[in-house]
Design a binder for this molecule. Structure first.
Ligand SMILES: [Zn+2]
Length: 164
């Protein structure tokens, strides 16, 4: 018995019909997506893509962190990516709480002080998105031929709005 039995059962069903055997790991649609960990976002479906089409990097807020840049440099040079979408979303927890509020909520949940824990809060989502896109376009290892766009995903309509 494992805490993961339900998921492993589902995995066996998935593997019964597995169609990606021997598939390479490049992004077949040439797309990389940096987006939030939010469960309301289905990154492939929202762009009409399928497994194998895109590289996806997720974190709280869909931020272009140093780790996201590492992923994008690999994606651009080794994995066929020539378009990058940076996609934060409406009603995101890290854009609608202060760091103090998140620390308070986590402290309450954890029952221990979380004041030392950093959270990547955003006060102006659109300005931050513009900065994050610039982090990609200005990276010395991201060639100018790579198209980079910043979009806000509306979790209530499913629509993307291009901001930059
Ligand atoms: Zn979010």
């Amino acid at each position: 018995m494992s805490d993961f039995d339900d998921l492993l059962d589902a995995n066996r069903v998935f593997a019964d019909d597995f169609g990606l055997s021997g598939f390479d790991g490049i992004a077949h649609a040439g797309v990389a997506i940096v987006t939030c960990m939010d469960s309301r976002i289905d990154p492939l479906a929202m762009l009409g893509l399928k497994a194998g089409d895109a590289k996806i990097f997720r974190n709280p807020g869909g931020r272009v962190t140093p780790q996201a840049l590492e992923a994008l440099v690999l994606a651009v040079h080794l994995l066929n990516v020539d378009r990058v979408l940076v996609v934060p979303h409406t009603r995101c927890a890290v854009a609608s709480n202060t760091e103090a509020e998140l620390r308070q909520k986590v402290s309450t949940s954890a029952g221990v002080d979380a004041a030392w824990q950093g959270f990547p809060v955003v006060t102006d989502q659109r300005a931050t998105l513009t900065e994050d896109v610039h982090k990609v376009t200005s990276h010395p290892l991201v060639p100018a031929s790579v198209k980079v766009g910043g979009f806000v995903y509306d979790v209530d309509t499913g629509l993307l709005e291009q901001v930059v």
